[in-house]
Design a protein around this ligand. Structure first.
Ligand SMILES: C[S@@+](CC[C@H](N)C(=O)[O-])C[C@H]1O[C@@H](n2cnc3c(N)ncnc32)[C@H](O)[C@@H]1O
Length: 303
């Protein structure tokens, strides 16, 4: 749709994230000091507290976790603190530098392996990890579908994947479209175009629910659950201009908040365990707010 040769796009993505790791703008403290990491972590979970609900770090004590695209490593150190046997990769040396300092500053237990590598070609054997986790990463890689398939490949049968990618039908996409298309006299340009060209590194992709359903149902996965979270970027859209922001908040209310509870998860008496999962044969389950920016996918690899 937006032609850029894949290897050159990937090197632009690498250059962008190598200039500054994600989230480190939230501090003025000396780089790699304890204060620097404290600020970055405090701001991340103030801004995105739902990450704890999604990742459920402490459930993975003793489990083999792979994080793809660890960035500055804020989530990564939660796996370490939780006692997971965690491995991580990121495309950039800057992210590795951040994470290495961070582990030293907090004197955390050593990870199994951290290195610079590419999500589209994971340097790990198939069926290795109990959990494959990637938050806000794979939509930046030129071949996102390949990267998703790679994550599924390295997770063991019965293991889990947890992935966050951007939702194209979110309020932030609308704002980017107004700013970069509508107000420049080019209303025919799409939300996807606006996100590709004007959100973080060039080539950022975003997905609709049917697209995600197609991608994830084509993989050897079951219990696919897709939950969209409203983020500060949605809620504060047009906050500089109150009437428009009020409209945005009304739309968010219309988007609702579909909860995850399914009747089949409460039939403990007939032999099922209280996993909080929907029935294995259930189709993809969509929950959360339709207009939320962050779409979080969880699924189990089929045995
Ligand atoms: C928005 S940041 C997210 C970082 C971290 N997961 C977080 O939530 O803060 C995107 C990260 O994805 C990494 N990334 C992008 N493409 C990648 C690829 N093909 N392989 C590995 N990492 C990649 C970037 O280097 C960057 O650190």
């Amino acid at each position: 749709m937006f032609p850029i040769e894949s290897e050159s796009l990937k090197s632009q993505v690498r250059d962008f994230w190598n200039r500054q790791s994600c989230g480190t703008y939230a501090t003025q403290a000396e780089k790699y000091s304890r204060g620097y990491f404290e600020d970055v972590e405090a701001f991340r979970y103030y801004d995105q507290a739902y990450i704890h609900e999604f990742a459920q770090f402490t459930r993975y004590h003793g489990k083999k976790v792979l994080e793809v695209g660890f960035g500055a490593g804020t989530d990564f150190i939660q796996w370490l603190r939780a006692g997971a046997r965690v491995t991580g990769i990121d495309l950039t040396p800057e992210a590795l530098e951040n994470l290495t300092h961070r582990i030293n500053v907090y004197q955390l237990p050593p990870p199994e392996d951290i290195r610079v590598a590419d999500a589209e070609n994971l340097p790990f054997a198939a069926n290795t990890f109990d959990l494959g986790y990637s938050f806000g990463v794979l939509h930046h890689s030129p071949n996102t579908e390949k990267a998703i398939a790679e994550l599924v490949r390295v997770v063991r049968p019965g293991g889990e994947i947890k992935i966050m990618v951007y939702n194209r039908h979110c309020l932030l996409a609308f704002k980017l479209w107004v700013k970069h298309a509508l107000l420049r006299g080019q209303p025919w340009k799409s939300f996807g175009w606006a996100m590709w060209n004007h959100l973080e590194s060039i080539g950022t992709k975003s997905y609709t629910r049917p697209e995600l359903q197609r991608i994830f149902e084509a993989l050897p996965l079951t219990n696919i659950r897709i939950h969209s979270y409203v983020t500060s970027a949605d809620y504060l859209t047009f906050s500089g201009f109150k009437p428009l922001n009020l409209l945005v908040r009304a739309v968010l209310r219309l988007g609702g908040n579909r909860p995850p509870w399914q009747r089949e998860n409460y039939r403990f008496a007939d032999g099922q365990t209280p996993t909080g999962r929907s029935a294995p044969d259930a189709k993809t389950l969509f929950t959360g707010n339709y207009f939320g920016f962050f779409t979080c996918i969880t699924a189990i690899k089929r045995a």
